[in-house]
Design a protein around this ligand. Structure first.
Ligand SMILES: Nc1ncnc2c1ncn2[C@@H]1O[C@H](COP(=O)(O)OP(=O)(O)OP(=O)(O)O)[C@@H](O)[C@H]1O
Length: 286
């Protein structure tokens, strides 16, 4: 499923003294099956943009196409688009409200009018996809750990079988282990189910490790849209936007400045670590 945003501007409280342009003539396309990071300093427009992807907000001007259908032209009900483009808000566990985990995950598919057998299958599949098991079905969401709650909330969106999954800061407030576990689950989801994943974050460190493409937002505009490696080359500009680059990228640049042979083939953070190990092992003798 592809999403296209065409010359989109969004103004909050338009024509009032409080009006605020949150998106300024944004054009971009998310292709089917991509794993994309959406990065930007606080207030850069990320949350506003992702709410355009599934029609939760209507553009002040410009268009949104999902699979080439203009979603505001009423050819397709927005409800259907929202099931296909699943949005996991920041701290989604705040929206858990049923008595049991099973009922919470079943909420979305039940609202879709599916039969009981299909709902049961989807709930069980979704819970297992996020790395939890049947022991959790009858637990109250309120007795779970932070990481478990987050997984249950993601399962609730997955049970609607979206083609695109958008997550707004999915690791916020989790400890490093919880953070890595959630990100690893997302990579699995993307690889095994072929779901398009859009990961919203402040952290280049988190996102750079996992995604194939990074879109950097700044003051309501798309500043960069490229592979992590190419985006990380703009160290100074990213710093001036209040964003850093992964530590390993600084190290690579310093090694290059000091005359070490650094391969131009390095594209991922893992490759950068391997390259540094390679350089160090050649140059340091005990
Ligand atoms: N409901 C609203 N009413 C008025 N202005 C808003 C509203 N929501 C957001 N804004 C403003 O729009 C701009 C973009 O906000 P947005 O929440 O999209 O940014 P963000 O990059 O997601 O920030 P964060 O990382 O803090 O979530 C900001 O200047 C913000 O103050």
């Amino acid at each position: 499923m592809s999403i296209k945003i065409d010359n989109l501007t969004y103004i909050y409280s338009a024509n009032t003294p409080f009006e605020k342009k949150a998106l300024d003539d944004v054009t971009l396309e998310i292709n089917d099956g991509e794993f994309v990071g959406l990065i930007g300093h606080t207030g850069s427009g990320k949350s506003t943009l992702i709410q355009q992807f599934n029609g939760l907000l209507k553009p002040t001007s410009g268009d949104v196409y999902v699979n080439d259908i203009n979603i505001h032209n009423k050819q397709k009900p927005l409800k259907e688009i929202r099931q296909k483009v699943g949005l996991v808000f920041q701290y989604p566990e705040h929206q858990l409200f049923e008595m049991t985990v099973y009922k919470d995950v079943a909420y979305g598919p039940t609202n879709m009018g599916l039969d009981a057998k299909e709902i049961d299958k989807r709930v069980k599949d979704a819970i297992s996809t996020v790395g939890l098991n049947e022991e959790i079905y009858e637990k109250s969401p309120f007795e779970l750990s932070g990481g478990q709650k987050r997984r249950v909330a993601i399962a609730g969106v997955l049970a609607m079988e979206p083609d695109v999954l958008i997550l707004d800061e999915p690791t916020a407030g989790l400890d490093p282990r919880g953070r890595d576990e959630i990100l690893d689950e997302l990579v699995k989801l993307h690889q095994e189910l072929g779901i398009t994943v859009i990961l919203v974050s402040h952290s280049m460190e988190d996102v750079g490790k996992y995604v194939e493409r990074i879109i950097v937002m700044d003051k309501g505009k798309v500043k960069y849209d490229d592979t992590p490696k190419k985006v990380f080359n703009h160290i100074k500009e990213l710093e001036s936007m209040g964003l850093g680059v992964p530590q390993v990228t600084y190290l690579m640049h310093e090694l290059k400045d000091k005359g070490f042979m650094v391969s131009n083939e390095v594209t991922t953070i893992q490759e950068a670590y391997d390259e540094i190990l390679n350089i160090v092992s050649k140059d340091v003798r005990l």
